[in-house]
Design a protein around this ligand. Structure first.
Ligand SMILES: Cc1cc2nc3c(=O)[nH]c(=O)nc-3n(C[C@H](O)[C@H](O)[C@H](O)COP(=O)(O)OP(=O)(O)OC[C@H]3O[C@@H](n4cnc5c(N)ncnc54)[C@H](O)[C@@H]3O)c2cc1C
Length: 369
């Protein structure tokens, strides 16, 4: 194989969703990943929550693609028998200031087309979630949880059904524009090989910035700086005290240390936010005290002995420590003038929720570039 129509760099949920979509449009699609299998980085280290699309600024890509992606994802899961549960989420407030924030959130959610939020009083909350401490909450009934591994498996199977090929343990080293696309150089288990393609899609997640720097003729001014922001999770042993997902008001560049359940009913708390310079999934010992202090604000009966370090994930953020909101960046030749190249930068949360809508967005862009 020395020539294909599309090369997708990165087999996380975004690369796989794009592969599933483009394989219906193009005869030869190649997805490569440097790891031993698909989805071994951010896509398997997240909360597995299908977000409603509540917080993002109106008209942003995050708002639009999250709301579209949520509806597409529930439909997809139903059609393909992927474990999913529209479990609902409570966004909780403590006191007047946070209640005012919830009122603003209600309005911004409506602007994004999320019209199903309801206000719950303290009394109503006590009946719904007796272990929860809050003065009021917004209930988001369209928030859910998904088995993200089963979802990625299904996307890959769908792509392969349409003759796409997935090759693991293959790292993109560089790319050079040709008259009709790119010549892309790979290291596949120590062997160097070059493959030509018409379209090159960079969805390398945490590495999308460094991958972009290896593309000849791509101006450095088009490559944004990525900030790595690690989030840790603690699992909570025993039966979950909550039936729904519990989110405090957002803080510190994240959604706050929330309580979420996985499809097996396991309760976990997290993620927090910690900007890091080196890629590492280390789990600092001192975190337990921070988690206990934040979670006990909404779950006062938390038992410290039941809290066990679980895992960490790293967000590829465009937003630095003190920056305001940054949107997804999906960059085509309209921006960088390199025909056939699509770069995806800063696909942090709600990337999992938005994945099918992002794939449609990329496919539409390829029709016009
Ligand atoms: C802590 C945390 C919680 C989150 N919670 C949620 C949530 O609840 N809901 C939600 O919607 N979103 C959530 N997200 C966001 C979501 O997980 C991401 O948006 C999504 O997984 C990004 O997928 P991706 O395919 O872009 O990246 P990745 O999954 O990181 O995939 C990129 C792939 O590119 C490969 N790669 C990189 N460089 C190369 C190279 N040179 N050659 C070959 N392959 C390469 C990597 O090996 C990797 O497999 C969360 C993220 C984090 C970190």
């Amino acid at each position: 194989m020395d020539k294909v129509e599309v090369i997708i760099v990165g087999a996380g949920v975004i690369g796989l969703a794009i592969a599933a979509k483009l394989s219906q449009q193009f005869d030869s699609v190649l997805v490569i990943d440097k790891n031993a299998s698909f989805g071994e980085e951010t896509s398997s280290r997240n909360s597995e929550v299908i977000h409603a699309g509540i917080y993002y600024p109106q008209h942003s890509l995050k708002a639009k693609l999250c709301v579209q992606g949520k509806a597409m994802l529930y439909r997809y899961c139903q059609e393909r028998h992927i474990p999913v549960n529209k479990i609902g989420k409570l966004l909780v407030a403590h006191g007047k200031e946070e209640e005012d924030f919830l009122k603003e959130t209600l309005i911004s959610a409506q602007k994004n087309g999320v019209n199903d939020l309801t206000w719950l009083s303290q009394q109503a909350l006590k009946e719904l979630e007796p272990e929860l401490l809050a003065s009021a909450a917004l209930l988001s009934p369209s928030t859910g949880i998904i088995d993200s591994h089963a979802y990625m498996q299904s996307l890959l199977a769908q792509a392969e059904q349409h003759n796409a090929m997935f090759v693991a343990q293959t790292k993109m080293l560089s790319a050079r524009p040709t008259t009709n696309g790119f010549e892309v150089l790979f290291d596949s288990q120590g062997e160097h090989l070059a493959i030509n393609c018409k379209y090159l899609i960079n969805c390398a997640g945490l590495h999308s910035e460094s991958v972009a720097h290896t593309i000849e003729e791509l101006k450095k001014s088009h490559i944004p700086k990525l900030h790595w922001c690690r989030g840790h999770y603690f699992s909570y042993q025993g039966k979950s005290p909550f039936k729904q997902l519990i989110y405090p008001t957002p803080r510190d560049n994240g959604l706050g240390i929330h309580a979420s359940l996985d499809m097996g009913g396991q309760l976990k708390f997290g993620p927090d936010t910690q900007y890091i310079e080196q890629l590492s999934y280390d789990f600092p010992d001192k975190l337990k005290a921070k988690f206990l202090s934040q979670v006990s604000q909404y779950f006062p009966n938390i038992d410290a002995n039941m809290l066990q370090p679980a895992y960490a994930g790293i967000r590829p953020k465009l937003q630095g420590r003190n920056d305001s909101f940054r949107d997804f960046v999906i960059q085509t030749c309209e921006v960088h003038q390199l025909k056939g190249l699509v770069n995806l930068f800063g696909i942090d949360s709600p990337g999992l929720t938005s994945s099918l809508a992002i794939a449609d967005y990329v496919a539409d862009k390829l029709k016009v570039v």
